[in-house]
Design a protein. Structure first.
Length: 501
């Protein structure tokens, strides 16, 4: 068992967010509970493990952070100290990986990193748990601020280099639309802010009852986009998650051959209908994560192969994307019938499935697996890991909310504060329009600084009941632009080679 000592004044611990992870960051099955002033972690496999948990960090906010991996022992670890140690270790590794060792332009950041290391030593030498916690938390805060600074610094170098070499494609920025909206009502926002539009192709909506098809909403959008020369993408061509799979499909849950046939038929119908108008297909989405049906690893890989092969067969000149949700894979620690995202992506490549690119989704806001807020340093690091697989990356869905209030009213105060180092850090937790806009810019610049990232698609153009993240749109439900929409227009103007004012 691994035990972490938690601060005496810490009355609320988000155990729902907590998970253990082993080598390569793969989540582990474990029982985690708070008892007697400790966070007790009983893992089901041998070997060292790290802890990921949402923690409220001064000058940063509530963000999911990960400790260093530690061994089982009877003596408890100090939680904030191990979180700081893990962040500092990853910061040192990434600084070397990015070639920033001995870089004179980040001397001030290096000094802050050294200062964080000294605080960590103070925590290790503390005489009592309270002092160890305070020193550990101070070191963690410094590490988070340094990580944010070095991430932006590295991104600025690569982004300038990519601009100078004309390393961007023609269609970079996209948004997903609500099919219930009239295209004409969003025409101005689409043409001002985006290079392409993503159409959700949820099976639940196109075939709500078996052999009872509903094409009108899709037809209206496809016709409008085609007439106005706006490139269209199709997302969730095959998605078996609860929000996308039709209820009637459960009838065949124990008959994989029938499901296989139904999936093939569904993909054929959609691609045959829209193949002349849609150039890019997210052929399968989230099959590795929790979904409505109960299939084993081999069956999930077979469905992936069918979706990719059938789409390529019918639309050979299109771009096919295998889409990954919850890319850190924390769901795997709780559901043994799922696949870690990195393993799934690697298996899709190694098994010879015919597809062109990987898609990644970054949806933050709701307090649930896959949506706990992560800092930009973690995002940049994760992009590097997937980029190393050798396939182009498309950010198929990215979103953060403009408010945390259920009724959509603005948050009373900002979560972005001036840190002790003088850096304006992106806040987490109490989102508002200002932090949403700043985060959008930072994310786009960091993602598109990677030479292997081709496109970025915002998850929802406007607020609506169908949004995965409430209040995550760039427009209100009444189509009024938020601050984030104006920021998207500016970012597109600065980066997109196809932009015309």
């Amino acid at each position: 068992m691994i035990r972490f000592r938690i601060p005496e004044n810490q009355t609320e611990i988000n155990v729902e967010s907590a998970y253990l992870f082993g080598s390569d960051g793969v989540p582990l099955r474990a029982d985690i509970e708070v008892a007697d002033g400790f966070l007790k972690c009983s893992k089901r496999v041998a070997g060292p493990a790290g802890l990921g948990i949402v923690w409220n960090i001064p000058d940063v906010g509530e963000v999911l952070v990960e400790s260093v991996r530690v061994q089982d022992r009877s003596e408890p670890y100090t939680l904030t100290l191990e979180l700081a140690r893990g962040q500092l270790m990853r910061l040192h590794h990434k600084r070397e990986d990015w070639g920033l060792l001995d870089c004179p332009d980040i001397k001030s950041i290096d000094e802050e990193i050294s200062s964080a290391g000294e605080m960590l030593v103070d925590a290790l030498c503390a005489d009592d748990p309270t002092s160890a916690h305070l020193s550990g938390l101070k070191a963690l805060t410094h590490c988070m601020i340094c990580a944010d600074q070095i991430t932006h610094f590295h991104a600025s170098i690569l982004l300038d280099r990519r601009r100078e070499t004309a390393g961007f494609g023609r269609h970079i920025f996209g948004c997903e639309v609500d099919l219930s909206a009239r295209p004409e009502s969003l025409a101005d926002a689409i043409t001002r802010g985006f290079d392409f539009v993503t159409l959700p192709l949820h099976w639940r909506n196109t075939e709500p009852k078996e052999r009872n098809f509903r094409w009108k909403p899709l037809d209206a959008w496809v016709d409008w986009l085609s007439k106005n020369g706006v490139p269209a993408r199709g997302s969730n061509l095959l998605c078996l998650q609860e929000h996308s799979a039709p209820d009637w499909l459960r009838i065949w849950e124990n008959d994989f051959e029938t499901i296989r046939s139904l999936v093939t038929d569904h993909v054929r119908k959609v691609v045959n209908r829209y193949g002349r108008h849609i150039q890019v297909w997210d052929v399968i989405s989230g099959i590795h994560a929790p979904h409505a049906l109960n299939f084993n690893f081999e069956q999930l890989m077979e469905l992936t192969r069918i979706a990719a092969h059938t789409t390529k067969q019918l639309a050979p000149r299109s771009t096919t994307i295998i889409d990954l949700v919850a890319p850190w894979g924390e769901y795997y620690a709780r559901n043994p019938r799922t696949i870690p995202p990195m393993l799934y992506a690697d298996m899709a490549i190694q098994s010879g499935i015919n597809f062109d690119a990987l898609g990644l989704q970054f949806c933050f806001g709701p307090q649930q697996d896959g949506c706990f807020a992560r800092d930009l340093f973690q995002i940049s690091t994760l992009l590097d890991r997937f980029g190393a697989l050798g396939r182009p990356i498309h950010i198929t869905s990215v979103v953060v909310p403009s408010t945390t209030k259920p009724d959509g009213t603005p948050s009373a105060s900002t979560t972005s504060t001036e840190s002790s180092s003088g850096t304006d850090t992106d806040g987490f937790g109490m989102w508002n329009e200002s932090t949403q806009a700043r985060w959008l810019r930072s994310f786009c610049e960091i993602a598109l600084s990677k030479p292997f990232v081709d496109t970025v698609c915002w998850q929802a153009l406007r607020d609506g009941a169908s949004n995965l993240v409430p209040h995550g749109g760039l427009l209100t439900a009444e189509n009024a632009p938020k601050m984030s929409f104006g920021e998207m227009v500016k970012v597109r103007q600065e980066i997109s080679p196809n932009f015309t004012a």
